[in-house]
Design a protein around this ligand. Structure first.
Ligand code: SAH
Ligand code: SF4
Length: 340
């Protein structure tokens, strides 16, 4: 078993089965996540027989790096190979407030959004918890620096791999581990309504982002298949419930696609839909995908869209894009490598 699979509570239970003290789990956590020591033999406060026992049960293994591409703005894109040969990608972005990492949760994605490169390759499998945790551990080891923020926005639909993603969050949020603050962790969903209700009940202070991308069902169903299952009305209702229960502001992601969802009428409709709600709209310039017909909105259309929302009192930003020169959009690098 990979040691990065276990939340601290579960590791404590292992020590109980060995008749050892649960605080051993804290020691191991500190070695792994804080001191970046990846060999039980080097954990100097553990006895030899315990080390042997740990070695016989657990592996400490990072991910295999295939390529690493650095963009002019400092964004780094990592392509990793999993033990079964599948490829996944992870993106690291530099900000003035720290470094944020965008992690992948599935090999491929079944949601099939019409504009997304990840949806080109159907889901092969969910990532195991340790494979998500290892993305951060491997990146931190490669760059020898600490990641401060985590966005679960890489390949895959995190709420379609709900249990593992929640275990991942518990591991990286643990104060004895990576200690990444809950408020610095954001999970993005395409709108799996039942899981939004579950997430509201987790009792954690992490953030939720919803990929809305359209102000009405007609447009949304054309570009996001999931909308035929859960309509905008149901998504908004789940979101309202989440806000009421957690008192947390929700991020609404909205990719601007030329002449699909970027017309002024869409901006007015979106402002109306979100009027007086505790949300923050993130307008995202589309990263064009060669196999797909969609085009990025013009600068004028983006600015006009932004202005309309702003005038109607919506909290909105136009996302500064990162890594445009290295295909940093969701799934693009992986999809290129699969073709090769
Ligand atoms: N499956 C989840 C999380 C991963 S996608 C979700 O859909 O929310 C993360 C974000 O990247 C989503 O908002 C998605 O719509 C967006 N995205 C996908 N392809 C993109 C592209 N080519 N350009 C810009 N954003 C893209
Ligand atoms: Fe999957 Fe998200 Fe891409 Fe849609 S946008 S196909 S949900 S990864």
């Amino acid at each position: 078993m990979n040691i990065f699979d276990l939340p601290k509570k579960e590791l404590e239970n292992y020590f109980k089965t060995f008749n050892d003290k649960p605080f051993r789990a804290t020691q191991i956590y500190e070695w792994l996540y804080q001191k970046k020591c990846f060999s039980f033999a080097e954990m100097s406060n553990l006895k030899k027989d315990l080390i042997d026992k740990l070695c016989s049960i657990f592996e400490i293994e990072l991910l295999n790096l295939v390529t690493m591409q650095k963009s002019k703005d400092g964004t780094i894109k990592f392509l990793f190979k999993l033990n079964d040969g599948n490829l996944i990608e992870t993106v690291l972005m530099q900000h003035d407030y720290g470094k944020s990492i965008c992690v992948t949760t599935q090999v491929g994605c079944n949601m099939g959004c019409a504009f997304c490169a990840s949806g080109l390759n159907k889901k092969i499998r969910n990532l195991e918890t340790y494979e998500i945790v290892s993305q951060i551990m491997t990146v931190e080891s490669l760059i020898n620096e600490k990641v401060t923020h985590v966005v679960v926005m890489g390949i895959g639909e995190p709420f379609d791999n709900y249990e593992n993603v929640m275990r991942f969050v518990r591991i990286i949020n643990d104060p004895k581990g990576l200690a990444i603050g809950a408020r610095h962790i954001t999970i993005s969903t395409s709108g799996l309504v039942p899981r939004i209700y579950d997430y509201a009940n987790e009792g954690i202070q992490t953030n939720l982002a919803i990929s809305l991308h359209a102000p009405n069902d007609e447009i949304r169903s054309q570009i996001m298949r999931i909308n035929r299952k859960y309509s905008i009305k149901e998504v908004i209702k789940a979101m309202d419930d989440y806000i009421a229960q957690t008192n947390r502001r929700v991020t609404i992601e909205y990719i601007l696609l030329d002449k699909v969802n970027d017309m002024p009428a869409c901006a007015y409709e979106l402002a109306e839909l979100l009027y007086k709600k505790n949300v923050y709209v993130n307008l995202i310039p589309y990263n064009e995908v060669s196999e797909m017909p969609f085009k990025r909105s013009t600068k004028e259309a983006m600015n006009q869209f932004y202005d309309i929302l702003k005038k109607r009192g919506t909290n909105v930003t136009l996302r500064r894009e990162q890594g445009h020169d290295i295909d940093a959009a969701c799934g693009q690098l992986r999809s290129k490598n699969i073709k090769k």
